[in-house]
Design a protein around this ligand. Structure first.
Ligand code: FES
Ligand code: FES
Length: 171
């Protein structure tokens, strides 16, 4: 059976007709062409398909598209700014050697983003915990965790600068 659903995807309201058995992963990749979200295992074990739904990192291969109705979804395609500058997490993965083949990277970054949105002061242990469902077959995990730690620092510093600019502007 088909259904109409609507949700916010990377800041834009979208509506579409879906089949009730589709996963969110299928909807994003096969129907919407958002191939940044990867399909690895297809059964909730690798984290390659991770996206953010209502601020939580979820495995989109296990999430039914019908349950996306009314939610707010973020995928890797929504992270860079309109001027093309990368999100601090994306840049930090590049700068710290957190990417080799890149297959796990969108899922790693979305899991890390969900954590840092919630807790920009997350330390190594919290990052390890947040990424424990994301498997990388290439890099080892130390560089990935270092990349998230550095991105967290950059995000905190940019928030501080923005706050100071705002305070000066309003005084
Ligand atoms: Fe979804 Fe592996 S493809 S967890
Ligand atoms: Fe290849 Fe992680 S960089 S799987």
């Amino acid at each position: 059976m088909s259904r109409n659903i609507s949700f916010i995807l990377n800041g834009e309201q979208v509506s579409c007709e879906i089949m009730e058995h589709w996963t969110l992963l299928h909807l994003l990749r096969e129907e919407m062409g958002l191939t940044g979200t990867k399909e690895g295992c297809g059964n909730g074990e690798c984290g390659a398909c991770t996206v953010i739904v209502d601020r939580l990192a979820v495995n989109s291969c296990l999430f039914l598209a019908v349950d996306a109705d009314g939610t707010t979804i973020e995928t890797i395609e929504g992270l860079a700014s309109e001027d093309g500058s990368l999100h601090p997490l994306q840049q930090s993965f590049i700068d710290n050697g957190g990417i080799q083949c890149g297959f796990c990277t969108p899922g790693m970054i979305m899991s890390a983003k969900a954590l840092l949105d919630e807790n920009p002061h997350a330390g190594r242990r919290e990052i390890q915990h947040a990424l424990e469902g994301n498997i990388c077959r290439c890099t080892g995990y130390i560089k990935i965790i270092d990349a998230v730690l550095l991105a967290a620092k950059i995000i905190r510093e940019s928030k501080k600068i923005n706050f100071e600019k705002h305070s000066i502007g309003s005084s």
